[in-house]
Design a binder for this molecule. Structure first.
Ligand SMILES: [Zn+2]
Ligand SMILES: [Zn+2]
Length: 336
């Protein structure tokens, strides 16, 4: 079977040994396609995976071999994510599932950018769903990334009708905006790239350029009876994004950190203290966040149409390059 493997600063499509169930519980799936995640880009760019690693985890796939107690059967089209919490450790009991050791250890094998993948019984039981006919493979591939956004939104514990500013309008920023809107919050977005702002507007999101910070602050104040927004979602990893957040958030508001920054810049202690801000992080989704994501996608409440650019597996390097250079919003690798 063909797999896309990382070798230093390149991704090479190679033939490797086919995988079989060999008596294990779970399923072998034929990967129809796999979304390219921002975290795949980070792992590739900063070279934090070993040579030969197969990235990708946002898979849509068809079951080609199965030995399972679940109701899934041969030929079913499914969507799944890659990590599962144990449910019993200290982290899980406190709702910090993405810190759970078991969560970090579990994965699909060898990775989504592969013609075939082993999906364990645990995956089938907890995080896999049937894909209905009314949604395309590209659209349902947002299942895991939207799950990450839903988790972030839930962690903020907002009140009905609260306002939110999404900083950064790349694919995750747009997804976050869509998620916030679907859950009933008032959403604003900002970015520095005019095309992104236009796309957000075309999706019905009130979006602004935050290049001029004072002007931007005035706009946000004018929209929020001079308070500032109740919450800020940091989907941009630019250091400058922190200044944007601090200009926009109201006193007593919340800032949700959703990406790493190149420098280890943090939030100023005194702003947090005097303004009684809550700064919190959100990383990876729990099975219940994923269930919410699945339901929002298949009901059409979250619109992800026209966000993806499709590449065949042999053009995966191009997909990485185009994502890194901001040429596209979201790549989807079509595999079978
Ligand atoms: Zn992802
Ligand atoms: Zn656990």
């Amino acid at each position: 079977m063909k797999t896309a493997q990382v070798y230093k600063d390149k991704i090479i499509v190679k033939d490797s040994n086919d995988i079989k169930l060999d008596g294990r519980k779970g399923a072998i799936v034929k990967v129809l396609g796999c979304g390219l995640c921002g975290s795949d880009i980070v792992k590739f760019k900063h070279n934090i995976v070993h040579d030969g690693a197969v990235l990708g985890h946002e898979i849509v796939a068809e079951i080609s071999e199965i030995n399972s107690e679940t109701s899934f059967k041969l030929g079913d089209k499914i969507v799944t994510s890659h990590h599962i919490p144990c449910g019993t450790c200290k982290y899980c009991k406190h709702g910090n599932v993405s810190m759970c050791e078991h969560f970090k250890k579990t994965n699909i094998f060898p990775g989504g950018f592969s013609e075939r993948v082993f999906v364990s019984e645990e995956h089938l039981k907890n995080v896999a769903y049937l894909v209905p006919n009314n949604i395309t493979n590209e659209e349902i591939s947002f299942y895991e990334p939207l799950g990450c956004c839903i988790r972030a939104i839930k962690r903020c514990n907002l009140s009905e009708g609260d306002s939110a500013l999404v900083v950064g309008l790349g694919s995750i920023g747009l997804l976050m905006s869509e998620g916030l809107r679907a859950l009933g919050y008032k959403v604003y977005g900002c970015d520095l790239i005019p095309e992104r702002i236009e796309l957000a507007k075309s999706m019905g999101i009130e979006a602004f350029n935050s290049r001029n910070l004072d002007e931007f602050e005035q706009i946000i104040k004018s929209k929020t009876e001079n308070f500032g927004v109740d919450s800020v979602f940091m989907t941009s990893g630019a250091d400058k994004a922190i200044d944007v957040a601090l200009k926009a958030v109201r006193q007593g508001g919340k800032i949700l950190v959703f990406s790493s920054t190149p420098l280890s810049n943090g939030y100023p202690n005194n702003e947090i203290y005097y303004k009684e801000l809550t700064v919190l992080g959100s990383y990876s989704p729990s099975p219940s966040d994923l269930r919410d994501s699945y339901n929002l996608l298949i009901s059409g409440k979250v619109n992800v149409k026209n966000l993806t650019t499709v590449y065949p597996l042999d053009k995966i390097q191009q997909a990485f390059d185009d994502t890194i250079s901001n040429k596209i919003f979201k790549a989807y690798i079509k595999i079978n």
